[in-house]
Design a binder for this molecule. Structure first.
Ligand SMILES: O=C(CO)[C@H](O)[C@H](O)COP(=O)(O)O
Length: 219
């Protein structure tokens, strides 16, 4: 069984005191940080680039999980590798949902010594990418439309989680199943029951006791 991981989304971090926020995350039970990169084009929001990741790398020793919500993912692999990323996930829609192009970019990311993942928006069928699964270290199911934190969980996306879990059980593949969007005290349990092992949480996790909520999610 794949070890469960909690990845707080830095989208919801307190930027009025970044040092203290990072220290809190470093001391928390969360093993990963989820770094949402939005380019204002692939999604209608703008967030962080490699220089910010470089700063975060200095204060967080766990896995830095970079989620590229960008129209040209290939051009960002090298800058984020240099900045300290451990894992880079990109969207299939940015590659016209072409499975060959998705597998090729996964291989390129791995060839740079990083873990590689792909993600699908809620409207994109996951089954299109069966041939990509052996090339992936992680598959990210978006349970909201990418672009903003604080949205409601789309329960229908759990079908994709179940499909990924059954593919993993039936084939010689080892990817993680990550879910992102609307994760809270109720939805994380549904995601885990469906087969997710890597839980991204932003607004709910950062409101209240992050350590306690993370520990509960890891039990
Ligand atoms: O990728 C994202 C949005 O595109 C965020 O990581 C995600 O939405 C987390 O925020 P919340 O837990 O508040 O939904």
């Amino acid at each position: 069984m794949t070890e469960r991981v909690v990845a707080p989304s830095v989208l919801s971090m307190d930027y009025s005191d970044t040092g203290a926020a990072l220290q809190m995350l470093e001391n928390s039970p969360a093993q990963w940080l989820h770094f949402d990169v939005m380019d204002g084009h692939f999604v209608p929001n703008l967030t962080f680039g490699p220089d910010i990741l470089k700063g975060i790398r200095k204060g967080f020793s766990g896995i830095l999980d970079v989620h590229l919500m960008t129209s040209d993912p290939a051009c960002w692999v090298e800058p984020f590798r240099k900045a300290g990323a451990d894992l880079i996930t990109f969207h299939t829609e940015a590659l016209d949902n072409d499975p060959s192009a998705v597998s090729e970019l996964l291989d390129t990311i791995r060839s740079q010594g990083l873990q590689a993942g792909f993600s699908v928006k809620p409207g994109t069928p996951i089954e299109l990418f069966a041939s990509c699964l052996p090339h992936a270290d992680l598959v990210l199911v978006m349970s909201v439309e990418p672009g903003f934190g604080g949205q409601s969980f789309m329960e229908g996306q759990l079908e994709k989680v179940r499909w990924l879990a059954s593919q993993r059980a039936e084939n010689d593949v080892t990817y993680r199943i990550e879910i992102d969007g609307g994760i809270n005290g109720t939805t994380w349990k549904k995601a885990v029951e469906s087969g997710a092992d890597t839980l991204v949480a932003g607004s709910w996790l950062f409101s209240g006791d992050l350590d306690q909520k993370t520990a509960e999610m890891l039990q």
